[in-house]
Design a protein around this ligand. Structure first.
Ligand code: GUN
Ligand code: FE
Length: 450
């Protein structure tokens, strides 16, 4: 049993752990011990009465244990399955137009500025810091069409220790802002360079993702070439689908040979088990079935869907179709970079469907928590690595302090642990997120070297 050669554990924590499993949207483990090895892997999660046995097996002393206070608990890191890093510069502004007008008036002119690597460095540093501080341990980023600044985003994410997918955006159609589009062949070539150079960096937790912007920004030739690239190199894919009705109609007019929007991606090999599509508010039953068949995932971005008045995704229906689903902020269509906000807006979207009698059963707060953690990991194909505190997964975690100084909510003597947890999920913010870990490494508070 005991192995004297075993390297010492990186962490042993004792206290309360809150996470999800496939069968339980929320599991609360009080009085548990959790051990993390040198590689950042969780090696045990056991009741505290197993202490003696565990200490012998893993070679740690009682004095090595970090005991959490009764106001603290650990939860899995939040997974943002859809965020536009360059749009962070205008987050919290300009959500006054519907999608297509919002893109041409604000988004494309802003993204065009990322040719300037100085500007890119400033905003990308800010967005990685802000999201990490707010508990986003994994982010699935869109960058811009610029290869070098997209590589810079990957470098910054790696430097701060955030787990990420980074996509160089691909678009060869843009009549309204013609300076922000690429020549088809150049786009494909630059995407190949982006993937190659990013893989050569060998960042342990930052991967490239093929990123056609959405149907209306791409020619069929481009979609086809990107699908081939994804297939050849077995890469992840992200895009947008059926976010707003005007967009759906535009796609129908642009690509009349395809039955629907989903088929446009599917026939071009962009709808795979490694695909995550944002929004999907207006998919038909038939399209949902194709998502399920292919094992493709949906990123639910409720803040954006409300802010740009795009639609309300019926999450319950998506889950009933066995389609993987995670939550996304969709900065800056969504005005908040916080995944706690995404949990709250998920509840409001679900409530609105109940008010309108679309659904009989709405989502519970526990389910929204599950979607923000384990659901996100499934949507990004990372659920064998992260998403909850199962032994063998990497320790991506948030240490929550419900009595942090300056905490945005108050606790009273009648509050039990479940009340406290709900108050944190509905009212808490980064002041309550005292430490953030990615693969066992503490990344918040920020180290002085970043
Ligand atoms: N569809 C195509 N591009 C975008 C974008 O940047 N944001 C959102 N919300 N939808 C899009
Ligand atoms: Fe988006």
């Amino acid at each position: 049993m005991g192995s004297p050669q075993r390297p010492p554990l990186a962490h042993v924590f004792k206290g309360t752990f809150v996470h999800s499993s496939a069968s339980a949207p929320m599991e609360i483990l009080h009085g548990h011990l959790l051990g993390v090895d040198d590689n950042g892997t969780i090696v045990f999660v056991e009741q505290a009465d197993q202490l003696e046995e565990l200490a012998k097996t893993w070679g740690f002393k009682t004095s090595d244990i970090r005991q959490l206070s009764k106001h603290e608990f650990f939860m899995p890191g939040l997974v943002d399955t859809h965020i536009h890093a360059p749009q962070y510069s205008f987050t919290g502004t300009r959500v006054d137009l519907p999608l297509l007008q919002w893109l041409t008036s604000y988004t494309f002119p802003t993204e065009a500025k990322y040719q300037d690597s100085g500007f890119a460095e400033e905003v990308y540093t800010r967005v990685v810091r802000r999201t990490l501080k707010n508990g986003t341990t994994t982010a699935c980023y869109f960058a811009t069409i610029h290869t070098d600044s997209s590589l810079l985003l990957a470098e910054i994410t790696d430097k701060f220790g955030q787990r990420a997918f980074v996509g160089k955006v691909c678009m060869d159609m843009n009549d309204s802002v013609p300076q922000y589009r690429e020549i088809t062949a150049d786009c494909v070539q630059e995407t190949e360079r982006f993937v190659k150079e990013l893989l050569e960096k060998k960042y342990p937790r930052v991967q490239p993702i093929i990123t056609p912007r959405f149907g209306p920004s791409c020619t069929e030739d481009l979609l086809n070439a990107l699908g081939n690239l994804a297939e050849t190199h077995d890469l992840h894919v992200q895009s947008h689908i059926s976010e707003n009705e005007e967009e759906v109609k535009l796609v129908e007019n642009m690509f009349p040979a395809y039955q629907n929007y989903t088929e446009l991606y599917d026939k071009n090999k962009l709808l795979t088990s490694k695909t995550v599509m944002a929004h999907a508010c207006h998919l038909s039953e038939e399209e949902l079935k194709l998502f399920s068949l292919r094992g493709a995932a949906i990123s639910h971005c409720p803040n954006s869907n409300f802010s740009l008045r795009s639609g309300v995704l019926n999450v319950r229906k998506v889950l009933e179709h066995n389609v993987k689903l995670g939550l996304g902020t969709d900065v800056a269509g969504g005005y908040s970079a916080s995944m706690l906000d995404a949990i709250r807006k998920t509840m409001m979207a679900s409530n609105s469907l109940q008010i309108n009698k679309v659904n009989e059963t709405g989502l519970t707060l526990e389910e929204a928590f599950q979607l923000a953690t384990l659901g996100g990991s499934q949507a990004l194909g990372l659920d064998d690595v992260i998403g909850n505190f199962e032994v063998g997964k990497e320790f991506d975690a948030l240490l929550i302090n419900t009595k942090a100084s300056d905490s945005p909510f108050d606790l009273f003597s009648a509050d039990d642990f479940e009340d406290t947890l709900q108050k944190f999920l509905y009212l808490g913010d980064d002041r309550n997120i005292s430490e953030v870990y990615v693969a066992g490494k503490q990344v918040v508070p920020f180290s002085s070297s970043v």
